[in-house]
Design a binder for this molecule. Structure first.
Ligand code: SF4
Length: 374
């Protein structure tokens, strides 16, 4: 049986955060029952002949599902075949977790929780549209520990409106005290179609200056590394041996299967994207039609580009032998001038058969990665 990483998309949220452009919707709970029934059908069709290497239930807010649906879905997923000790993550919003939901999550075999916090500052939490306070977060985090979860990720953000460097430092120091195994730190990006985008267009969003944001990035690295977290990807840090297996599948361009609306798959050399509409998804599954919006067979050139710019997100970078094994070509035959030039500019480094971004290269990562487009 084919081994694969599985992503499951839950498109419901209690409320939309002001910065979020993910495919998730508030106020659509009326569709939850039909959606979960359809999702289970898609899982039945696509997963019964697979062995799952890792499972990631994301969204949206999987923990916003009502208890019946949460149990139905997790119980179904728990009946699939897994490799031994497979990582099984569920994303949880602390404003939607309860003791009984945590019990269901634990009993159904999930072994990793990813909690969105973003900041420890209650004023900022309100300003960015989060539905929880830091106190609610801590209560749920501690409860998850009591339930025996030994692998927890906390998501935080920097570059938030009205966030000072010291606010951000407080967040970093606050979460370190909780000793999570994994921390993701992303900078706020203003995405079109979000309330923050409109506010920024109207000039009423007070974002930190570029220099301050750069300092926040540096602070993340300094404080987390001094406290036993190693950076293994541009925005991700973990305790030794606790890197997120599932995310590494994406960065290494390995195959994965996505189920649910808006999910993507990379399988047998094709990139597949499911449709976004929840109602259409339900209708199509019920009438036995396909649910694809896009199926694109990557060319060898596109595969190489993706391999380069996703691989360079990892701190260890690209292994030259991996490139050769995958594409039957020496990396220098394809990218000699780009690699040499960026090494000369101090943005890339080559060591022990690996090519990776330097600190300066990470700062200018978008530029460096764009250079690898053929
Ligand atoms: S909870 Fe997550 S998915 Fe939902 S709106 Fe907020 S950031 Fe987006």
């Amino acid at each position: 049986m084919k081994e694969i990483a599985l992503y499951v998309h839950i498109p419901f949220c209690k409320q939309k955060c002001f910065y979020c452009d993910f495919p998730s919707y508030a106020g659509r709970e009326g569709l939850e029952d039909d959606y979960i029934n359809s999702l289970i059908k898609e899982i039945d069709i696509k997963c019964s002949d697979k062995v799952i290497k890792s499972l990631f239930i994301g969204g949206g807010t999987p923990s916003h599902l009502n208890e019946d649906n949460l149990y139905k879905l997790l119980n179904k997923l728990n009946c699939l075949s897994y490799i031994e000790n497979a990582e099984r993550t569920i994303e949880c919003n602390p404003g939607t977790l309860t003791e009984s939901k945590l019990r269901i999550i634990k009993d159904c075999g999930m072994n990793r929780i990813s909690m969105g916090l973003q900041t420890t500052n209650n004023n900022l939490l309100k300003k960015i549209g989060r539905i929880h306070t830091i106190e609610e977060f801590c209560e749920n985090y501690n409860r998850a520990r009591q339930f025996g979860f030994e692998n927890i990720n906390i998501d935080i953000m920097f570059g938030l409106p009205d966030q000072s460097i010291s606010d951000y430092e407080e967040t970093l120091r606050g979460i370190i005290k909780l000793k999570p195994e994994h921390i993701s730190c992303y900078s706020l990006i203003i995405e079109e179609g979000t309330p923050f985008y409109n506010m920024s267009e109207r000039g009423i969003l007070n974002l930190p200056k570029e220099d301050d944001e750069r300092q926040m990035y540096k602070l993340t690295k300094d404080i987390l590394e001094a406290n036993g977290y190693h950076q293994y990807e541009i925005s991700n840090y973990s305790k030794e041996g606790m890197e997120c297996y599932h995310n590494k599948v994406y960065w290494k361009c390995e195959e994965y299967l996505g189920v649910g609306v808006s999910s993507s798959s990379y399988i047998n050399g094709s990139r597949v994207k499911n449709i976004d509409s929840i109602t259409e998804y339900i209708e199509r599954i019920c009438s036995g039609k396909d649910i694809y919006e896009d199926v694109v067979k990557n060319t060898a050139k596109e595969d190489m580009e993706e391999f380069m710019f996703l691989g360079l997100r990892m701190i260890q970078g690209i292994n030259k032998d991996d490139f050769k094994n995958r594409f039957k070509k020496d990396i220098y035959d394809v990218y000699r001038s780009v690699i040499k030039e960026n090494i000369k500019k101090g943005l890339l480094k080559e060591e022990n058969n690996n090519i990776y971004l330097t600190d300066k290269g990470i700062e200018l990562s978008n530029y460096v990665m764009s250079e690898f487009i053929l």
